[in-house]
Design a protein around this ligand. Structure first.
Ligand SMILES: *[C@@H]1O[C@H](CO)[C@@H](O)[C@H](O)[C@H]1NC(C)=O
Ligand SMILES: *[C@@H]1O[C@H](CO)[C@@H](O)[C@H](O)[C@H]1NC(C)=O
Ligand SMILES: *[C@@H]1O[C@H](CO)[C@@H](O)[C@H](O)[C@H]1NC(C)=O
Ligand SMILES: *[C@@H]1O[C@H](CO)[C@@H](O)[C@H](O)[C@H]1NC(C)=O
Length: 398
């Protein structure tokens, strides 16, 4: 049990550290003045779009930033209400994910230009959402969460905010961990009264069959254990401990093409853009949680590792599972997945699809791209043609 825990922990830490690569240290802890230059100023207004910065406070005190692009480049040529759509980025990422390519290639801008009211979420821990009502990111407690809390607090707060602002049910787009958050929330009947449909790109639910080269490499990395027991709560790419881990691991394996080692060989990204430079910190606990899922192949809440502690937290000896079968059969779902994706593996996606076998056939759209890997879904220069146009057609029908 202990060995297994340590192995998964190592895998997890390695996974993160590799994702971060040997990058320069990110300045994520923001001065108050930095917020004035948020994502709107940095990424949206520079492209000629109007943009609003909003703040949402979760029930457990995290202050999340959310950006709104209310109209397209051509301005307010609106006939009738614009359907709101909430875009939720993935692990160690932020809303910049949706804005990185040109306006004709990036989903955030494409949706705005096609008559949607676009809302871009940034979850707890990311550099534009590092506020809290009483904690600072320097407090270990600030990092005491996994994606369970994003399901229980972040997503409901974000949905409620956009719903209150617009008076309309939301379309949702998630990438990677942003899909797991949605599956978790929908299975617990959270936010269902506010959701119109959901498009899930590189869906992550079951992770038990994730291809293993990294896991093998991770088994060689013994130092991660120390990181945990030393009480490292935050996992920041390029941060001290992470850099050390990367140095050690990359002295043993070839890290020159990290991106494809981790995500799969992305076919269609613009090679002149180093997208992994956008890596954001996350909680070590979140990574441990993901490692548990990889190890166990289940979708359950964070496992405290023993019956006593699980009893204390959950009133039962094992962590409660998220039951994918309880996602309502009539919720319109669009799943797009890729044949080269090493994080959202085809076999794991098939397990998910099998679990959804009772879903109303006309409420479940599957779009498979043989050549796509994990990041092509957000950064692919042809993603508009192959994924976003069908995605918008799906939204228009629902
Ligand atoms: C972390 O959060 C859990 C509840 O999710 C709580 O039981 C525990 O005491 C917290 N630990 C710390 C160190 O704050
Ligand atoms: C790739 O990015 C560069 C720099 O931003 C840009 O000039 C070029 O047009 C992009 N290519 C494609 C195919 O999008
Ligand atoms: C926040 O992270 C993004 C990468 O996602 C980076 O481009 C930006 O400069 C960072 N902002 C600050 C103020 O650190
Ligand atoms: C999962 O949900 C389905 C549908 O609501 C239900 O029939 C099934 O018993 C649930 N499974 C578990 C393990 O709770």
């Amino acid at each position: 049990m202990v060995i297994k825990t340590i192995t998964s922990l190592i895998f997890l830490l390695l996974f993160i550290a590799l994702a971060a690569g040997a990058r320069t240290k990110l300045k994520w802890s923001l001065e108050a003045s930095d917020y004035a230059d948020g994502i709107c100023k940095l990424m949206v207004e520079t492209q000629g779009y109007s943009c609003e910065e909003h703040k949402v406070t979760t029930k457990d005190g995290y202050i999340l930033s959310i950006q709104r692009i209310p109209t397209g480049r051509s301005g307010g040529k609106t006939k009738g209400a614009k359907p709101p759509v909430l875009l939720q980025h993935g692990l160690m990422s932020n809303a910049i994910t949706w804005l990185s390519n040109s306006p004709d290639e990036s989903l955030g801008f494409i949706l705005a230009d096609n008559g949607f009211d676009v809302w871009l979420a940034n979850v707890r821990g990311t550099n534009y959402s590092s506020g809290h009502t009483s904690l600072s990111p320097d407090d270990p407690e600030y990092w005491n969460w996994s994606w369970d809390e994003r399901v229980a607090y972040d997503l409901p707060a974000l949905f409620q905010y956009v719903y209150d602002q617009t008076g309309e049910k939301l379309h949702y787009v998630g990438h990677s961990l942003g899909t797991l958050m949605a599956f978790g929330a929908f299975s617990r009947k959270e936010v269902l009264n506010m959701v119109r449909s959901a498009a899930l790109l590189s869906p992550i639910a079951y992770m038990g069959q994730m291809p293993s080269p990294l896991a093998r490499a991770a088994a060689d990395a013994f130092i991660a254990e120390d990181l945990y027991w030393l009480g490292l709560k935050e996992f920041a790419p390029g941060g001290g401990a992470a850099s050390k881990l990367v140095d050690e691991v990359c002295s043993k394996i070839d890290c020159t093409n990290l991106e494809s080692v981790i995500t799969g060989p992305n076919c269609c990204m613009n090679s002149s853009k180093a997208n992994l430079d956008h890596q954001q910190p996350t909680a070590t606990k979140n990574m441990i949680h993901l490692a548990q899922m990889i190890r166990q192949g289940t979708i359950a809440m964070f496992d405290y590792g023993n019956e006593d502690d699980n009893n204390k937290h959950y009133g039962q000896p094992n962590p409660p599972e998220y039951n994918m079968t309880s996602i309502p059969n009539d919720l319109p779902l669009f799943l797009s997945y890729g044949g080269k994706d090493l994080l959202s593996d085809v076999k794991d996606v098939q397990t998910l699809i099998d679990t959804l076998s009772d879903h109303d056939p006309d409420k479940l759209v599957l779009l498979y791209r043989d050549d796509y890997a994990h990041l092509d879904f957000v950064y692919g220069v042809n993603a508009k043609q192959v994924v976003y146009n069908p995605l918008m057609a799906f939204f228009h029908l629902n």
